[in-house]
Design a protein around this ligand. Structure first.
Ligand SMILES: C[S@@+](CC[C@H](N)C(=O)[O-])C[C@H]1O[C@@H](n2cnc3c(N)ncnc32)[C@H](O)[C@@H]1O
Length: 294
């Protein structure tokens, strides 16, 4: 049954506000930075072989903080190489924030940015209409596949854009995270069926395994402090609850039974640990890396 609750994604301003607060209350970006510094250089090992120019595509880049860190690693690895970086991002606010970040960041002379204010499926149509033949060396979609109708078709399309030695990097919450447990329990009530809101890397790996598609994967341990969610009426707690449930004004619009059930599962040991008066939600992520299909 489709959820009668209104999805948070229908209110971009509240979505972006809640995402920002989530970033402040979690180690989401820190665990990605650790991955970028410790593991990404090896992942990018062969993509620049014999090339003086690299094509990069970021899908659902947000404000670009993580994208710029990855570009910087790419530059360290291939210092003489120029980069064409295409950004696919439907939120005008986030695109604006990304452009501001670029204008404030020194040393990006090696990058040419192209901005596409569109969703990933609009970008697919745009490339098809353009009959583009240019291949990509590195494509990333970080915490984005929840917002597409068909994540598997999206992965197949972008994997098809890879050049020889190219890599497609996907990050989503791990199936073993608190999110996975929350969504397995309340999928019918919480998950927006117009998109794939509750997809985890567990689902993506099952799909890839069923097709015999090879991949590498890395778990990124991460946490989120959700203590404020348990202070009734707390403005920030409500914003975080909206992000966790992806429901607009969850506290005000969910039935008392659903609210009680969600609050109970959020602090259940399968989702969270309680320590020093804080409730710490398991926000573990997983990275999946795909090569060009052979
Ligand atoms: C959770 S944020 C992640 C942002 C960034 N990648 C990060 O990790 O900081 C999801 C991003 O995907 C964008 N988005 C939403 N729907 C999308 C779609 N259909 N195609 C591409 N991007 C989308 C949102 O505007 C938002 O910036």
């Amino acid at each position: 049954m489709a959820s009668p609750l209104k999805s948070l994604v229908h209110d971009d301003s509240r979505y972006q506000k809640s995402f920002q607060l989530f970033l402040e209350r979690s180690s989401e970006h820190q665990c990605m930075r650790d991955f970028i510094h410790n593991i990404l250089p090896d992942v990018l090992d062969s993509i620049g072989e014999g090339k003086s120019h690299l094509n990069v595509i970021g899908v659902g880049s947000g404000a670009g903080e993580i994208d710029l860190e990855m570009l910087s690693k790419l530059h360290q690895k291939y210092p003489g190489v120029t980069v064409d970086n295409e950004v696919v991002e439907p939120s005008s606010q986030q695109l604006h924030n990304y452009k501001v970040l670029v204008s404030e960041t020194a040393g990006l002379e090696y990058v040419n940015f192209t901005w596409h204010k569109m969703t990933s499926s609009e970008f697919e149509l745009y490339l098809k209409r353009e009959k583009r033949v240019k291949k990509a060396d590195f494509i990333h979609m970080i915490q984005m596949l929840y917002y597409v109708k068909d994540p598997e078709a999206t992965i197949s399309f972008f994997q098809g854009l890879l050049d020889k030695n190219g890599k497609l990097l996907i990050i989503l919450v791990s199936g073993e995270s608190g999110w996975g447990k929350l969504w397995r329990t309340y999928r019918n009530e919480l998950c927006n069926t117009e998109i794939s809101q509750c997809v985890t890397t567990g689902d993506i790996k099952s799909f890839l395994d069923s097709r015999g598609i090879r991949y590498q994967n890395y778990t990124l341990p991460s946490q989120m402090d959700i203590t404020e969610c348990f202070s009734e009426g707390d403005e920030k707690g409500e914003l975080l609850l909206d992000f966790l449930t992806e429901v607009l004004d969850f506290s005000k619009t969910a039935s008392p039974e659903l609210k009680a059930g969600v609050m109970e599962i959020l602090r259940h040991p399968d989702c969270s640990v309680e320590s020093s008066g804080k409730i710490i939600f398991n926000n573990n992520l997983e990275v999946i890396v795909l090569n060009q299909l052979s």
